[in-house]
Design a protein around this ligand. Structure first.
Ligand code: ZN
Length: 914
C-alpha cells in the first residue's frame, strides 16, 4: 500500500499539499477536546485550499486520524464546511471535490476563476485586512470591497490627487442644523484641551470620525496593540478621525485610565510603534507615512490627577493602510505561502511585475502559475474572439468516430510505426466521441524539455472521459518517462486554465505506453479523479477545445499551432477585406499601400470576390494583373476571375473587362508601354462625342508595397505624391512575432538610411510605435527566425536538409516549405548540393525531394526559386539563401521575411575573397 501511494503521488499531475493527520467527520470533530489542535487543522486546510485556488488548482492530502472513518458515512465536519463557505461564498461545491483513498482524504481543488457577474477577483482571500470606517464601526473589507477601494485609490493617484478630501473652513454653528461634520469639529476642539474632569460629559458622540473607548481592563497596552490597527486602518482609509481612549461610548463620560496602571510616555511610544509597523501600500509617488498625532490629556478628580485620556488623531491617508498582510495564500516552491500586502495588491489589480521577476516557463519542477498566468494577456486579444470559429474549423466535435489529428503527422507516425495505430485504437475503444491530438512531444510544444525516448504524445479529449495524455516510449529502459509525462500533463492542465481561460474542472491524466514489440511494460498506476472531472457532454468538450486552441496558438510551437495560425490569419484578412471593401462604392480608383507582411495578394483576391458580389458582374469582367507568372498562375487557380501578367495585359485588348485589380505593382516597369494609362482607359473610358451618356466607371485598385518598390523611376507608377486617393494598410501583420520583428528592424534601417528610390512621404508612413503595437496585437508567438552566416554551399545544403528532416518528422510536408535565393541564376548553384544533402540525411521523403519552381506553389513539392519569381506568394517555412552578405542585404532580408509565415531561416554564404 505504501509504495503504491508514493507511486500514485509521483504520477498525480498536480501540486499536492500534505497537511498531515486530520480528524474528519462531524461527530469526531465535535468530540475534539483540544481546541487549539482543531483550529490548527482547520486553518491548515483552509490556507492550503486558498493557496491552491490561487495557484491553478491541486490536491490536498490529509491522513485520516480515525481508522474507522468513512467519508460516505461521516462527512467532513461542520467547522470545516463553514470555513470553506466563508472562503468561497459563491459556493464551495464549484471548486472542491472530496475523495477518500484508503486512509487518506484527498481534497481536489479547482483553479480559482473570477466571477464574471460581479467585480472579477483575480485571486481569492480569507481576509483582506483592509479596514474602512462605516458609521461608528471599523469594517474589515470583503475582497470585492477591498478591490473597489484599491481601484479608487489607484485612479486618484493616477490623476495626481493626494488628499481624500480637502478640509473646508468650518461653518458657523447653527443650533437648528446638526450634521456629522460637527462631531469632528468638537473632537478637534476636545483635542486642544489639556485638562479634563473625571466624569465630565462630552458634547459629541461616536461617528464616522470619532471612536470612543473605555478600558476597564488592567492590561491596557496589550489591548491597545490588539485593537489600534483596526481603527487606524479604518480611519486612514476613510476620512481620518479620532480614537479617544478613556471615555465611555454609551454615557460619553470621561473616565480615563488610572494613573497607576499606565505610564503616559510609554503609552505614547507604544502607539507610535504600533502605527509605524502597519503595512502600507502606495500608488502615489510621494509615499508619505501615516500622519497621526497622539495626545495624552490629564484627568482630574477633585483637583488631583486621577488618570489619562489618550487621543489618537489620524489624517486621511493618500493610499491604503493594512492592519497586517492580507490573509491570502499561494503556492511558492511547493509551500503554502502567505502573500505580502504588496504582492496581494499586484495580483488583485493585475499589475504586471517587472520582466526580471517573472519565473521562467521552463523551470522544473512545477511552478506556480498564479503570479504570471492570471495576468491580463499581452498576446493578441483577437485570438480569444476567434477561438470558437477556429475550434469549429480545426477540431469540430462530430458524432462520428474518434478523429486523429493532425492528419499529416498521424500518417507519418503510423507508416513509420505500424503497431502504433492499433495500440491507439485499442486505447480509445471505450469512447465514441472525441479527438486525439498527436505531437512528437507535447512537452516541447509547450516549452518544456523534450525526452529522446519519447516517440510521441497523444492527447485524448473525449466525452465521458477526463483528458488523457498518452506518452509512447521508444525504449523499454526509459526511467525518465513518469516524470516527463507528469510534468507535461500538469503544465498542459495549468495552461488550459490560465492561458486558455477554461473555467470548468479539468485534469490531464498521464499514461505511459510503449509499442507492443518491446518487452518492458511501464507499471501502470491508476490515477483517480472525481467523476466531475470527466467531460460531461459535447458542450463541455467544445469549451475545452476552445481553451486548447488558445493554448496551442499562444504558447506552443508545433505543426498544429502553425495550422491554427494560418486559419487565424485568414480570419484577420477576411476582417480587413470587409473594412477595405466599404470603400468600393465611392472610391473607384484607389492606391492601397500595404506594408510587408500584410498579405496584400490574399487581400486583393478577396477584394475581387467583393467586387463581383457588389457590382453583380461576371467573373470574367474582373481582371487581375501582376508582374510574374508564378503569382498569376496561383491567382488564376484560386479565383474565377481573369488573371494575367503585365506583359500580356499590355499586348491584349479588353473590351469585356470592367474592373481591374493590380497587385505587386511595386515590381512593375514601363516596358511595353504605359500600363497605368491603359488600365485607366479600360475602367474609366473617355466619353467620345455627345450623345453618349452614362459612361461606365469601373474599379481600378492598385496594391503595392511602398517599401519594396524596385525601380520607382521606371515602374510606371505615378509619383508617390500623386498616388491618390490612397489607403495605407499598416494594421495587419500576418506572420509570427519573430518574423514581424525582423521586418520591423529592416524597415527601421530603411527609414534611417533611405535608398534613393523610396519617397520620403512613403517612409513617413512607417511609424515604429504603431507597427510595434500592431505586431503585438496580431502577430503570433511560436515562430522561428534563425540567421547563419559564413557558410559554404555544402554547409547551407546540409543545414536545410537537416531542418527539413526534422520538420518532416513533426508532420510538416514539403508543400509547407520554400527555399528562396536572391537571383534566378542562383537556383542552379544550390539545387544539386541540396538534393545531395537531402539524400545523405536520409530525409524520409528523399525520393520525393524534387524541387518545383515558384509556379508550383499550390503543388506538393518544396519550392526552390528566386525571391523575384516567388513575389506575392507565401509559405509557412522559408529558407532564404544568399550568396553573400552584400550592402543591399537589408532589403533582401525584408523580401525573404515577407514571404514567410511562421519559420524563417536566413543562410548566408562566406564572402568570396579575391
Ligand atoms: Zn500614497
Amino acid at each position: 500500500m505504501e509504495s503504491l501511494q508514493t507511486n500514485t503521488e509521483r504520477l498525480y499531475p498536480e501540486i499536492i499539499v500534505d497537511v498531515g493527520t486530520v480528524t474528519f467527520g462531524e461527530e469526531n470533530r465535535k468530540k475534539m477536546t483540544n481546541n487549539h489542535l482543531k483550529r490548527t487543522e482547520n486553518s491548515k486546510i483552509i490556507q492550503a485550499t486558498c493557496a491552491l485556488l490561487n495557484s491553478g488548482g491541486g490536491v490536498i492530502k490529509a491522513k485520516i486520524n480515525d481508522k474507522t472513518y468513512s467519508y460516505r458515512c461521516h462527512g467532513l465536519g461542520q467547522d470545516l464546511e463553514t470555513s470553506f463557505q466563508k472562503l468561497l461564498p459563491s459556493g464551495s461545491q464549484k471548486y472542491l471535490d472530496y475523495m477518500q483513498q484508503g486512509h487518506n482524504l484527498l481534497i481536489f481543488v479547482k483553479s480559482w476563476s473570477p466571477d464574471v457577474f460581479s467585480l472579477p477577483l483575480r485571486i481569492c482571500s480569507l481576509r483582506s485586512n483592509l479596514y474602512q470606517r462605516d458609521g461608528t464601526s471599523a469594517i474589515n473589507l470583503s475582497a470585492s470591497s477591498a478591490l473597489e477601494l484599491l481601484r479608487q485609490k489607484q485612479s486618484r493617484a493616477q490623476r495626481g490627487r493626494r488628499r481624500v478630501k480637502e478640509l473646508q473652513p468650518w461653518k458657523v454653528l447653527d443650533g437648528s442644523i446638526q450634521e456629522e461634520e460637527d462631531m469632528r469639529r468638537f473632537a478637534s476642539e476636545f483635542l486642544k484641551k489639556d485638562k479634563l474632569m473625571y466624569k465630565e460629559k462630552l458634547n459629541f458622540t461616536e461617528s464616522t470620525h470619532v471612536e470612543l473607548k473605555r478600558f476597564t481592563t488592567k492590561k491596557i497596552v496589550p489591548r491597545i496593540r490588539e485593537m489600534l490597527p483596526h481603527y487606524i486602518s479604518a480611519f486612514a482609509n476613510t476620512y481620518g478621525g479620532y480614537l479617544i481612549i478613556g471615555v465611555d461610548d454609551k454615557s460619553k463620560e470621561v473616565f480615563g485610565c488610572k494613573k497607576e496602571k499606565v505610564n503616559p510616555d510609554l503609552l505614547k511610544k507604544e502607539i507610535e510603534n504600533c502605527i509605524e509597523k502597519l503595512p502600507t501600500f502606495h500608488f502615489c509617488h510621494e509615499k508619505p507615512k501615516v500622519n497621526f498625532t497622539t495626545k495624552i490629556l490629564d484627568v482630574y478628580h477633585k483637583d488631583a490627577l486621577y488618570g489619562y485620556v489618550c487621543v489618537v488623531q489620524v489624517e486621511p491617508f493618500c493610499c491604503v493602510v493594512f492592519t497586517e498582510a492580507p490573509d491570502s495564500w499561494i503556492m511558492r516552491n511547493n509551500f503554502v505561502t502567505k502573500l505580502t500586502a504588496e504582492h496581494w495588491i499586484d495580483m488583485m489589480l493585475d499589475i504586471q511585475p517587472a520582466p526580471s521577476s517573472l519565473a521562467p516557463e521552463h523551470s522544473l519542477p512545477l511552478i506556480s502559475p498564479a503570479s504570471s498566468a492570471l495576468r491580463s494577456p499581452s498576446y493578441p486579444m483577437k485570438v480569444l474572439g476567434f477561438k470558437e470559429v477556429l475550434q469549429q474549423r480545426l477540431f469540430p466535435v462530430t458524432r462520428e468516430e474518434i478523429q486523429f489529428k493532425p492528419e499529416s503527422l498521424c500518417k507519418k507516425l503510423f507508416s513509420d510505426y505500424k503497431e502504433l495505430e492499433e495500440l491507439m485504437k485499442m486505447q480509445i475503444r471505450p469512447y465514441s466521441q472525441g479527438i486525439v491530438i498527436f505531437s512528437r512531444s507535447w512537452a516541447s510544444d509547450i516549452g518544456l524539455r523534450k525526452e529522446q525516448n519519447v516517440l510521441c504524445d497523444a492527447l485524448l479529449i473525449a466525452v465521458n472521459s477526463p483528458l488523457v495524455l498518452y506518452t509512447i516510449l521508444i525504449h523499454s529502459s526509459a526511467t525518465e518517462g513518469p516524470e516527463y509525462a507528469r510534468n507535461t500533463a500538469h503544465q498542459l492542465k495549468q495552461k488550459l486554465g490560465t492561458v486558455g481561460g477554461y473555467t470548468g474542472r479539468v485534469c490531464v491524466i498521464p499514461r505511459l505506453m510503449h509499442l507492443p514489440n518491446t518487452q518492458y511494460r511501464p507499471c501502470e498506476v491508476p490515477v483517480h479523479y472525481p467523476q466531475s472531472y470527466k467531460l460531461a457532454d459535447e458542450e463541455e468538450m467544445e469549451d475545452l477545445l476552445q481553451a486548447l486552441v488558445v493554448v496551442i496558438l499562444l504558447c506552443s510551437r508545433s505543426l498544429l499551432s502553425d495550422q491554427l495560425g494560418c486559419e487565424f490569419f485568414n480570419l484577420l484578412i477576411e476582417e480587413q477585406c470587409e473594412m477595405l471593401s466599404e470603400s468600393l462604392q465611392e472610391t473607384q480608383e484607389l492606391f492601397i499601400h500595404c506594408f510587408p507582411g500584410t498579405r496584400k495578394t490574399a487581400l486583393a483576391m478577396k477584394i475581387m470576390e467583393k467586387i463581383k458580389d457588389l457590382f453583380h458582374c461576371k467573373p470574367k469582367e474582373i481582371l487581375y494583373v501582376c508582374e510574374h507568372d508564378a503569382l498569376k498562375n496561383y491567382v488564376a487557380q484560386q479565383t474565377t476571375c481573369q488573371a494575367m501578367t503585365r506583359k500580356t495585359f499590355m499586348q491584349g485588348e479588353f473590351l469585356k473587362i470592367k474592373h481591374i485589380v493590380m497587385d505587386e505593382t511595386e515590381n512593375f516597369c514601363s516596358m511595353y508601354g504605359d500600363w497605368y494609362e491603359k488600365a485607366k482607359s479600360i475602367t474609366h473610358p473617355k466619353v467620345r462625342g455627345a450623345g453618349k451618356k452614362n459612361p461606365h466607371h469601373g474599379v481600378l485598385w492598385l496594391f503595392l508595397d511602398p517599401l519594396q518598390v524596385h525601380h520607382a523611376d521606371v515602374s510606371g507608377l505615378p509619383p508617390s505624391s500623386a498616388q491618390f486617393p490612397r489607403k495605407t494598410i499598416t494594421k495587419g501583420i500576418h506572420c509570427s512575432l519573430e518574423i514581424a520583428e525582423v521586418m520591423k528592424q529592416e524597415m527601421k534601417k530603411i527609414k534611417e538610411n533611405p535608398p534613393s528610390n523610396i519617397f520620403p512621404d512613403t517612409l513617413a508612413l512607417f511609424r515604429e510605435a504603431v507597427y510595434e503595437e500592431t505586431m503585438h496585437a496580431q502577430a503570433l508567438p511560436g515562430g522561428v527566425c534563425e540567421t547563419k552566416t559564413d557558410l559554404t554551399i555544402e554547409q547551407i545544403a546540409t543545414y536545410v536538409a537537416e531542418r527539413c528532416h526534422n520538420l518532416f518528422q513533426c508532420g510538416y510536408l514539403p508543400k509547407d516549405i520554400a527555399i528562396l535565393c536572391r537571383k534566378g541564376e542562383d537556383r542552379g548553384r544550390y539545387e544539386l548540393a541540396l538534393l545531395k544533402a537531402m539524400e545523405l540525411t536520409e530525409t524520409h521523403r528523399a525520393t520525393e525531394a524534387v524541387f518545383s519552381q515558384a509556379s508550383g506553389v499550390l503543388g506538393s513539392r518544396i519550392i526552390l526559386d528566386s525571391i523575384e519569381q516567388f513575389s506575392g506568394l507565401e509559405r509557412n517555412i522559408v529558407f532564404g539563401l544568399s550568396p553573400e552578405c552584400t550592402l543591399s542585404e537589408e532589403t533582401h532580408k525584408l523580401c525573404f521575411a515577407s514571404r514567410a509565415i511562421k519559420h524563417l531561416y536566413l543562410l548566408y554564404e562566406k564572402r568570396t575573397v579575391f
